[in-house]
Design a protein around this ligand. Structure first.
Ligand code: P6P
Length: 338
């Protein structure tokens, strides 16, 4: 019973996805195979990140190790692992990675019905100081059997069928949604399995944390400036919000998802489209936030309704607790009207 040291009804991520798949009798298990390859990539990166300090994996690209081999930076290594795992899964046709200028078109003999957009190691500038980093991914299905083209990944986020991230922190946690809620799985290194630890995550409707790089304050536009002012000096006598900013999107979004609050990467005078990338940072996190009962806004529209023109396009993003995002939407709407 519960008091046993070992729970015996281990719900691994694979079993969980197979349960989901059983709802679609016609499904041939393609998604399960795709996901198991994404999971393989996450396990590899988790192991490499945890060893990085010891194995000097964090060296800059161009260093050579004792075998005189070209020492790859961890994000380059992670990208190689994910691309190889996704291509060899035989379930993908187009891949977009933050690390690759151009999209990868899978050779016809290995093509499948999914297109995956991903950042293999987001926040990698934080590796050297041991701050949590992560992998972010989004999945589209290809609706045709012709030659794949770049149009197959230049789609609005509202056409994504699944999205998730894996955070490499004090524990390795994979947060996933296939469109029926958000579920968190923690890696048990002794089993090498991701175990369901956070079923059906829901973000609190309102939070008392705001998360933004205040260092950009001089460049913000009116609505963002007003909103952050309200967080710090509330007019209605409510307590001021806390500021929490890790500078690693996966860590900041994961905290927002579990504790509530709002994460902002606004446009500013220097970067009118903000900094975060639409396909593999904004869309997956917006997908998860909506599935968890929150929302994601670009300053102009619902983030998932953006239609990217380029694979590395950026967008401002405000995401998190439903009511908190409503407030900043009202400030942008008010500016529109005057
Ligand atoms: P800034 C990390 O480099 C990253 O891409 C995201 O993970 C993070 O949210 C953002 O940039 C931090 O940017 O300008 O605040 O350092």
């Amino acid at each position: 019973h519960e008091a046993d040291a070992y729970r015996t009804d281990l719900m691994t991520i694979t079993r969980f996805v197979l349960n989901e798949q059983s709802k679609y009798p016609e499904s041939r298990g393609d998604f399960t195979i795709l996901l198991s390859n994404i999971v393989l990539g996450c396990k590899f990166v988790c192991s490499a990140v945890n060893k990085a300090g010891l194995a000097k994996l964090i060296g800059l690209a161009g260093d050579t190790n004792i075998q005189g081999e070209e020492q790859k930076k961890l994000d380059v290594l992670s990208n190689d692992v994910f691309v190889k795992a996704l291509v060899s899964s035989g379930r993908t046709s187009v891949l977009v990675s933050e690390e690759d200028e151009e999209a990868t078109f899978v050779e016809s003999s290995k093509r499948g019905k999914y297109c995956v957009v991903f950042d293999p190691l987001d926040g990698s500038s934080n590796i050297d100081c041991g701050v949590s980093i992560g992998t972010i991914f989004g999945i589209y299905t290809m609706e045709h059997s012709d030659e794949p083209t770049i149009e197959d990944v230049l789609k609005p986020g509202n056409e994504m069928v699944a999205a998730g991230y894996c955070m490499y922190g004090s524990s390795c946690m994979l947060v996933l949604s296939t469109g029926t809620g958000v579920h968190g799985f923690t890696l048990d290194p002794s089993l090498g399995e991701f175990i369901l630890t956070h079923p059906d995550i829901k973000i609190p409707n309102k939070g008392n944390i705001y998360s933004v790089n205040e260092g950009n304050a001089q460049n913000w536009d009116g609505p963002t400036t007003k909103y952050v002012e309200r967080c710090k000096y509330p007019k209605d006598g409510s307590p001021a919000k806390s500021l929490r900013y890790v500078g690693s999107m996966v860590a900041d979004v994961h905290r927002t998802l579990l504790y509530g609050g709002i994460f902002l990467y606004p446009a500013d005078k220097k970067s009118p489209n903000g900094k975060l990338r639409v396909l593999y940072e904004v869309f997956p996190m917006a997908f998860l936030m909506e599935q968890a009962g929150g929302q994601a806004f670009t300053g102009k529209k619902r983030a998932l309704d953006l239609v990217p023109k380029k694979i590395h396009e950026r967008s401002p993003i405000f995401l998190g607790s439903y009511d908190d995002v409503e407030e900043i939407k009202a400030l942008y709407a008010a500016e529109e009207n005057n």
